[in-house]
Design a protein around this ligand. Structure first.
Ligand code: COA
Length: 176
């Protein structure tokens, strides 16, 4: 299932669907509502804004080895969040990254997008989904824990946690 209609804890109706090239036009408004701190938590680097070049790269991903889902507010058409999943070199595991509007925190969007991405990964037959999360990103680490991810220190990057979810441990009914 690539698309899903969901309702946030605060009542907003949202469509989660694959990212399309014309969604590039929604990025400036989306990113204007993402704080520098949230950009750092997502990209692991201090940046005041995401360059046009990087947006272009995020939009034009290779559909053979990657997938990105956007969350669109049904009433306004605004982009509320993006979750991505890129295959690793073996093609057996996916590496995720997620970003939502900073003013929308706690509305349940991140949780719903993670579940959508996990369901997609499971349907595709991947073995695990993995991510890197900064050690101070308590919300994300807690959410990953609740979703069943195991967390370890990244041996290569100080202050970074590796979170990993073996998809065989996820019952189908937990994500559908
Ligand atoms: C981290 C991030 C994705 C979280 O998104 P969010 O929409 O604020 O998260 P949610 O509202 O879905 O979840 C937050 C909380 O609700 C819980 N929750 C939400 N929906 C739930 C549900 N249906 N059932 C159970 N728990 C739920 C989560 O576990 C979490 O718990 P807490 O509020 O007690 O901490 C978002 O803040 C973000 O984009 N941050 C910046 C980028 C980043 O950190 N990315 C991660 C590294 S790639």
């Amino acid at each position: 299932m690539l698309e899903r209609h969901v309702t946030l804890l605060t009542g907003e109706k949202v469509l989660i669907r694959p990212l399309k090239v014309p969604d590039a036009g929604l990025y400036p408004d989306f990113l204007s509502d993402v704080t520098a701190e949230d950009l750092r938590l997502r990209f692991f680097a201090a940046m005041r804004e995401v360059s046009a070049e990087m947006i272009d790269k995020l939009i034009h991903y290779d559909p053979v080895t990657a997938m990105a889902f956007v969350a669109i507010e049904e009433q306004s058409g605004r982009l509320l969040g993006v979750v991505r999943l890129h295959d690793d070199a073996s093609g057996e595991n996916g590496e995720f990254a997620i970003l939502t509007r900073s003013h929308l925190k706690g509305h349940g969007l991140g949780w719903l997008m993670m579940k959508h991405m996990i369901a997609y990964a499971k349907d595709r037959g991947l073995k695990t989904v993995r991510g890197q999360v900064l050690g101070e990103n308590a919300t994300m680490l807690q959410m990953c824990g609740e979703l069943g991810f195991h967390s370890t220190d990244d041996p290569d990057e100080r202050g970074v946690k590796l979170v990993e979810l073996p998809l065989a441990e996820v019952p189908a009914e937990a994500v559908h």
